[in-house]
Design a binder for this molecule. Structure first.
Ligand code: SAM
Length: 223
């Protein structure tokens, strides 16, 4: 029977069977509970998926919107290899401090920069500085700004880059075109911007699991 309990059990089974979450990753995931957001990090199988997508395209430079305790960041940083680099954007200094401890324990501290400021400001600064483009972008910060983050990601990537947007289903709320929920509105705005941009090939998947009913969009820059 399909219930949140069975989704949870299946997530646990899949993660236990397939996902290699070592002690530093498990500790990072636990420490999300000490952040301002609580346990809103990706699940182990989602972290492994992000890392796999990054590896599939040989990503060396990764940009992340929304660090929390750095759980997804560690998955992504490890996927870049020793010469890779991750810029991760976080509003809260307390969360960034927790994440830095986790990066040290996971052996990726030297390849990750946590930028503490509103992500829109940091992204604008990266555009202004003309930084080397990113191969992979993970958008997982405040959802009302998703369209803005996607626009910034388009300034900061190249043909062949992959952009993943998390939490695009929102318990089904995404289908409500009249929603007053700013998270739904922000998500819909980003999906519609992706659909309208001829430089992007896009799809999205809905998921159930230990984080309920949600999903992610995967966008490939084709130009
Ligand atoms: N990617 C993380 C993971 O899976 O381990 C989870 C990120 S959590 C869903 C979202 C994070 O975005 C929180 O840490 C929150 O403090 C941060 N955030 C919220 N608004 C922000 C903003 N305007 N600029 C930067 N970060 C923001």
């Amino acid at each position: 029977m399909s219930t949140p309990d069975t989704w949870n059990a299946v997530d646990r089974y899949l993660a236990d069977t397939l996902v290699d979450e070592d002690a530093p990753l498990a500790l990072a995931r636990d420490s999300s509970g000490d952040t301002t957001g609580g346990h809103i990090e990706v699940t182990p199988n989602q972290g492994a998926l992000l890392a796999m997508l990054a590896r599939m395209i040989g990503a060396r430079r990764i940009l992340e919107f929304g660090t929390l305790a750095g759980y997804s960041t560690i998955w992504l940083a490890r996927a870049t290899g020793d010469d890779g680099h991750v810029d991760t954007l976080e509003l809260e200094e307390g969360n960034a401090a927790i994440a830095r401890t986790n990066f040290k324990r996971a052996g990726v501290f030297d390849r990750v920069d946590v930028h503490v400021a509103p992500a829109a400001d940091t992204a604008a600064e990266l555009v202004e500085r003309g930084v080397e483009p990113y191969d992979f972008v993970f958008i997982d910060a405040d959802k009302p700004n998703n369209a803005l983050y996607l626009a910034a990601a388009m300034e900061l990537t190249h043909a062949g880059s992959v952009i993943v947007i998390d939490n695009v289903v929102r318990n089904g709320g995404v289908v409500d075109e009249d929603s007053s929920d700013p998270n739904v509105r922000g998500t819909r705005a980003a999906l519609e911007a992706a659909a309208a941009d001829p430089r992007l090939s896009a799809t999205a998947l809905q998921t159930v699991g230990s984080k309920g009913w949600d999903g992610f969009a995967i966008l490939l820059r084709v130009a």
